[in-house]
Structures are given as structure tokens and as C-alpha cells.
Design a protein around this ligand. Sequence first.
Ligand SMILES: Nc1nc2c(ncn2[C@@H]2O[C@H](COP(=O)(O)OP(=O)(O)O)[C@@H](O)[C@H]2O)c(=O)[nH]1
Ligand SMILES: [Mg+2]
Length: 298
Amino acid sequence: MKTKCGFVSIIGEPNAGKSSLMNVLLETKLSIVTPKPQTTRKNVIGIYTKENVQIIFVDTPGIINPNYELHSSMMKNVNESLSGADVITAITDVSRIINKFDKFEKLILGKIQNLNQPKILLLNKIDLLNDIKETLPIIDRIEKYKIFNEIIPVSVIYSNNIDRYLDVLIKYLPENPFMYEPELLSTEDERFFVSEIIREVLFNELKEEIPYSTEVLINSFKERENGKWFISADIIVERDSQKVIIIGSKGAKLKRIGMIARANIEAHLGKEIFLKLFVKVRPKWRNNKALLKSLGYK
Ligand SMILES: Nc1nc2c(ncn2[C@@H]2O[C@H](COP(=O)(O)OP(=O)(O)O)[C@@H](O)[C@H]2O)c(=O)[nH]1
Ligand SMILES: [Mg+2]
């Protein structure tokens, strides 16, 4: 039997639903999803294998105009994923695209219009529209650019039209042998997922700009004699005032963050862990190239 296998880059603006899409396709929660934009900072690989098809999805940070070195690194990740892709999937929040079409045109269409790979556009969040017909003028407008091979309205969180997307995607996927074992879900290691889970809790528990000023560094990740895993991590912030907020009065906030993170990590790893969190101040880490490098950024 002939097999199909290839890389699919998932790109789009912040909050479009890129990470949700990958999670729905893989029927698991690999990539962190929050109501806040710019949560995903590094590319996350998710591998879908069914029958004779293997799709290596690459979830990417939302495309923005960079303000920090951190953002430049995030955009490098997007570009890398695009250049390695066999098929490109762009996804946009259809309920908001009308009011921000110029931005969509410049950031998304501009970025991919000269690339050669097949391109699919998902108009996401159709559940937020009063009538599916509202997508028609948008589709007309985007079709004029002749960038996309297919434009598909979907609702990722309701799995609406996702089957159709998969069918179309598979059509454009090249014939190749599988690259990975069919059981493998990701090439990312557990340390990465653990740090992402902690970051997700920070995004959910902290207000305004604080989550954007945080990063998580796993210091140790080892099995102890009693079978319980010991994980210690630094939560890196930019200012003392942020450290004070994260720790909270009598350490209550950090305790809560640790409790939620531990439960989520245990659910992910399927085993009990012991989690120790420290908060450390690294002024302006988002603009410090050397520090970014030590945190795994390009
Ligand atoms: N109403 C609605 N919300 C969605 C849909 N897909 C994603 N979202 C929400 O949009 C927000 C951003 O999703 P996320 O996957 O993190 O977007 P990303 O920044 O592009 O990775 C989250 O609150 C999701 O629950 C959808 O189909 N309908
Ligand atoms: Mg994301």
C-alpha cells in the first residue's frame, strides 16, 4: 500500500485557534491553549498517523510584528516551519477578520503568497457567526489573491468540518514513507511539555502583561527511589514587582500555581510528581539574546 507523509505548518495570527486545531486533530492536548494571544512561543510538533497517512503538524507562534528579541525568535520559528512544510495551513478567526483585513493581508497573505507549497485556509470560529453565509464575501475577497488551493470554514472547538479539512490536506500530502513510528505523538521531550504546562498555568492565573514577562526553565527532572518524579523549575520574570505578585501574600499565589501545575503535569505524564517552583528575576530577558538562547530560543 502506498503511504503518504509530510510536514504541515499551521500558521496564523495570535488567537486564531492554531494550537486548538492541532489538539483536535491529535485528539490529545499537546499544545497549550489559552484565551490570551501569543501563548505559543516555540514550534510544537504533533504527529498524526492513521492507516496509510502520517502528518507531522507544526504548531507555531502567532504571526506579529516583533517588538522584542523574543518576538523575533518566535517569528524565526514560524519561518522555519514554513520552509520545511509540504503543505501550509493558515487559520484565521473569521468573526474578527472583517475588521482587521488589512492586517491579515499584510501579515498572513504577505508572508505566504510567494511560497510554492499547496496552501489551505481555515476560516475558524464559524460557531460565533449568526449565519454561515457571512463567510461568503470573505471567501470571495480572499479568493481574488489566488493564494489558497482551498478555503474551508470550520469550527475547531466543535470539530465542525475538520474531517473535510483532513480529506483535503491528505489530497495535497506527498507520497512518502512514514518518518516516525505510528505510535509516536511528538518529537518534543517531556521536559518541554512540562515547562509548557507550567507556562499555561501562568497564563491562566496571572493578569495583564505578567504572563508575557514570564518564562519557565526546568532545572531538574528525575525519578526518585520511591518512584515519584522530582521536577524543579524556575519561573523567570523581568522585575521584582512581578516576582512579588507571583509569590503572592504568604506565598499563596505560587502555592496555587504549583498545585494546578502539579495536577496538570501528573495528568499529562500519568504518574505522581513532586514539583518545586522558584521565582527568579532576570531583567529584560525578552531582549537578551544570550539569555534567550539559554532558554531554548533561536
Ligand atoms: N468560539 C470558538 N473559539 C475557538 C475556536 N477555536 C479556538 N477557539 C478559542 O480561541 C482561543 C485561542 O485558541 P488557541 O488555540 O490558543 O489559538 P492560537 O493562539 O492560534 O494557538 C482559545 O480560547 C480557544 O478556546 C472555535 O472554533 N470557536
Ligand atoms: Mg497557540
